[in-house]
Design a protein around this ligand. Structure first.
Ligand SMILES: [Cu+2]
Length: 132
């Protein structure tokens, strides 16, 4: 009778130990996933523009940069929020891509050639305040 109790106790002890190991492994996995998220950079900076069409052009230009995962331009505030993988690109590359589409950013003046090709309603005022 004692032997039966003993073996049940041993089986339970083994069961508990293996459960603990599984929990440990799960914790390690989620730590790895978190450090991947840390490689993402969120940034916002000023970009001039007028309307919804500008928004499309500006966001498309930002998304054309490899590594950019999110781009949202705010028409009223004249600024863009971007998220990007900083192992694949950097802030300056995103500024340049937006400027190449004809739009002024805080750091890079928009391409005049692209600006001239924008629809009339999109030809924003170059003196416009950014980050309002
Ligand atoms: Cu526009």
């Amino acid at each position: 009778m004692n032997k039966v109790i003993l073996s049940v106790a041993i089986i339970m002890a083994i069961g508990l130990t293996s459960c603990k190991n599984e929990i440990k492994k799960e914790a390690e996995t989620s730590t790895t996933e978190m450090s991947k998220e840390i490689a993402m950079t969120d940034l916002s900076f000023g970009v001039r523009g007028n309307c919804g069409m500008c928004k499309n052009t500006i966001e498309k230009a930002a998304h054309s940069v490899v590594g950019v995962t999110a781009a949202n331009w705010d028409k009223d505030k004249k600024k863009i929020d971007v998220s990007f993988d900083d192992t694949k690109t950097d802030a300056m590359t995103i500024h340049k891509a937006i400027a190449a589409s004809g739009y002024d950013t805080e750091k890079v003046a928009g391409s005049e050639e692209a600006y001239d090709g924008l629809p009339g309603c999109c030809q924003y005022d170059h003196e416009m305040m950014m980050n309002q």
